[in-house]
Design a protein around this ligand. Structure first.
Ligand code: IVH
Length: 690
């Protein structure tokens, strides 16, 4: 072999190509097939040779070079990546009956009595990632983030040697998605090392994986051992597979690790068997799993089934039963939430529940404490299931101390002292202090800046609390006047009177500037986020999205609410009368209107631009379905119409544009006729949307 210094440029390029390919082959053999292709010494020799040549010919360094697996640190945090295809989550179920209901729902939607094949896959307890390949080269890695925007972790993902950097015979654009995890063994080794070094250890492998992957310095990611499994896809220029099973074959050919326990199930008993088998082998697997995912195998059927707001209709997660442990209740505290709800929380003697240290559990509400007769000093069984807050399952009566007293739920807010009242039919007792109650005001601020709302990362819980207590932030509108107030206003008279946060302990010029730029970046906000951020009772992000879709602008929504007009709201599928009442009530409160108006002076709320098809003949139209359709089910037709930008209403009104009439249509068709609304039969509807 020639010395590196004797190579000409052409030879060097050819050898670098050969080295990259050899080492990639070796990575696959080592990680995927458990069958080393090169010895460690040989591998290191190739690595050295690669480095020597690259040092001599830096302009020949290939993007898939093994030396590129560790890049440079990013200085100012991760940049954002917009997912062209959202990274969704899955609906959860906890029993085989619920799985059966899910499968029945799928069949009903598709209007078929035949068995449908499902892929059963272990649900890996890690963090999802998306890896983008263009022309067969890995170009970008991203975290899931909120599903629509993630963080750019390209350099960190590259350090995971199981991730192929080049693909042969792949579509021009291909996003592969899956889970990054840390094996149990690597987790224990890392924690032991950290314990010896006196560093903080991780609570579980998932946290360790998350902490390792989201490192600004990829050299740290490289030191921690991370692994991955691929299981789905995002954007793809040409889908060359027609089932989940077929997709896995392609993944293997491209060199991605695919979980060996994925199995195709053709009936409910087979699904049940796959679940039981995974439960059995769970403890012996080298990584944590927290359930089983079932996916409709056929992609054609997946496409017909489509999506709900955040989850696919063609897949579900069947979670393993909760893990339990025995511990002592040291105290019962009352927390006050954003809407004034008093929530009892148990302080526990810390206990390890399935690998996580638990020291608090929610007691839900007054009735729950009564029903289970939970008392301070009791020994209880606590359980943890997935991400939910730990709960108290039952009290061990035999262990109750002789002098124990029944817990008395307070009738006054423990934070502000106002009356706490319980409306008839309501399970919760609420503080009547409104925004004069610091707990409610703080929680509302925290909600306002939270991830699905304004997502102002620089304003964490602790800062919000401090700023509230110091009178710097009292309500959401204050966030956007902060910079001006810090300077001391624009007028000459108040110059020099500013807050001067940069002089506060723990703050400096730079961190204050960062905070203001994080705030200013959010002066333009999408309509669903804005509605959600207001923190109206019962209005979560899915409901906020429905409102945004239906009203288009904030002004239209607010006008109806101020005028107590709920007709339009309740005609939206998914919004009920009780929710509408809460919305109207919110806009009857003077202080809410005042804050909203102050906010609107500071920020711009975008009109809702739907990602659905704007050119479709149904865009912006309100349609009502009636009668039985023959060629598709009602749910399928509804989903189709919504994807084409239509609003689907439950009843006919003067706002209806089309009534789609199936067989045996009843009064809705008659009403449409009366109002002169266009009625389409099923074929006409299909023609319109085709
Ligand atoms: S499929 C549209 N498959 O579970 C379907 N997810 O609760 C997208 N997960 O965010 C997910 N193992 O992080 C899928 N075999 C598997 C999975 C899996 C783990 C995670 C993933 C996802 C979450 C959903």
């Amino acid at each position: 072999m020639k010395k590196a210094t004797e190579l000409n440029k052409q030879e060097a390029a050819a050898e670098l190509e050969y080295l990259a390919a050899e080492m990639a082959k070796s990575d696959i053999a080592y990680y995927q097939n458990d069958a080393p292709y090169l010895s460690d010494a040989e591998y290191d020799r190739l690595k050295r040779r690669n480095r020597e040549i690259e040092e001599l010919f830096p302009d020949l360094i290939r993007p898939d070079s093994p030396s590129r697996r560790v890049g440079a640190a990013v200085k100012n945090g991760f940049s954002k990546v917009n997912h062209r295809f959202p990274m969704l989550s899955l609906g959860d179920v906890f029993s085989i009956e619920e799985v059966e209901d899910f499968i029945l729902g799928v069949k009903r939607f598709l209007n078929t009595a035949e068995d449908i094949a499902f892929m059963s896959e272990p649900k890996i307890d890690g963090l999802s990632f998306s890896a983008r390949y263009e022309n067969g080269r890995f170009v970008q890695g991203a975290t899931r983030g909120d599903g629509s925007t993630g963080e750019d972790i390209t350099e960190n993902l590259k350090t995971i040697r199981q991730l192929p950097l080049t693909l042969k015979n792949a579509p021009q654009i291909l996003e592969i998605r899956g889970e990054v995890y840390m094996s149990k063994e690597d987790f224990f080794t890392l924690n032991e090392k950290y314990a010896v070094e006196g560093k903080k250890t991780f609570a579980n492998p998932r946290n360790a994986a998350a902490g390792s992957l989201r490192q600004l310095d990829p050299r740290i990611t490289a030191e921690r051992k991370l692994s991955l499994f691929a299981y789905t896809w995002g954007e793809v220029s040409e889908r060359v597979w027609d089932s989940q099973e077929d997709f896995f074959k392609h993944l293997k050919d491209w060199g991605f690790p695919v979980n060996p326990n994925n199995t195709l199930c053709r009936s409910i008993p087979e699904i049940e068997k796959s679940f039981e088998r995974l439960m059995e082998i769970r403890a012996s697997l080298p990584y944590d799993i927290d359930g089983v995912v079932y996916k409709v195998n056929s992609i054609a059927l997946q496409e017909r089934l489509g999506f709900l707001t955040r989850t696919p209709r063609w897949a579900i997660a069947h979670k393993f039963p909760a893990e339990q442990a025995l511990t002592l209740i040291k105290d019962i505290r009352i927390q006050v939430g954003r809407t004034g709800a008093l929530t009892p929380v148990a302080d526990l003697e810390p206990v390890n529940v399935g690998g996580v240290i638990v020291s608090h559990a929610t007691l839900h509400n007054e009735d729950e404490i009564k029903r289970k007769d939970i008392r301070i000093g009791d020994t209880v069984i606590v359980q943890r299931a997935g991400d939910v807050i730990p709960q108290v399952v039952e009290v061990i009566r035999e262990k109750r101390p002789a002098d124990s007293q029944e817990f008395e739920f307070p009738h006054f807010c423990p934070i502000c002292g106002a009356h706490a009242i319980r409306e008839e039919d309501e399970a919760v007792r609420r503080c009547t202090g409104g925004l004069t109650c610091p707990a409610q005001a703080i929680e509302r601020l925290i909600h306002f800046v939270s991830r699905d709302a304004f997502d102002i990362a620089g304003l964490g819980q602790k800062i919000v609390e401090d700023f509230y207590r110091e009178g710097i932030l009292q309500n959401p509108a204050d966030i956007f006047t902060l910079e001006n107030r810090n300077r001391g206003g624009d007028d000459l008279f108040s110059a020099g009177q500013g807050l001067h946060l940069e002089r506060k302990e723990g703050w400096g010029k730079k961190s204050v500037e960062n905070l203001f730029s994080a705030i200013n970046a959010k002066r333009i906000i999408s309509l669903p986020r804005f509605i959600y951020a207001l923190g109206i009772r019962q209005v979560g992000s899915a409901t906020a999205l429905l409102i945004a879709k239906n009203y288009g602008t904030f002004e239209h929504f607010m006008q109806d609410m101020v005028n107590k007009e709920t007709g339009r709201l309740v005609s939206v599928d998914g919004i009920g009368a009780a929710m509408a009442t809460d919305m109207v009530e919110f806009f009857q409160e003077e202080h809410n209107i005042k804050i909203v108006n102050e906010l609107l002076q500071q920020i711009t709320v975008e009109e809702y631009a739907d990602s659905v098809n704007y050119d479709s003949p149904l865009a912006g139209k309100t349609v009502v379905f009636t009668g039985t359709l023959q060629k598709m089910t009602r749910s399928e037709a509804k989903a189709k119409a919504q994807n084409l930008g239509a609003k689907v209403a439950g009843s006919v009104s003067k706002n209806t544009d089309y009534v789609i009439q199936g067989a045996d249509a009843g009064s809705k068709a008659a009403k449409a006729d009366e109002l002169g609304i266009e009625i389409l039969n099923e074929d006409k509807f299909l023609e319109l949307i085709s």
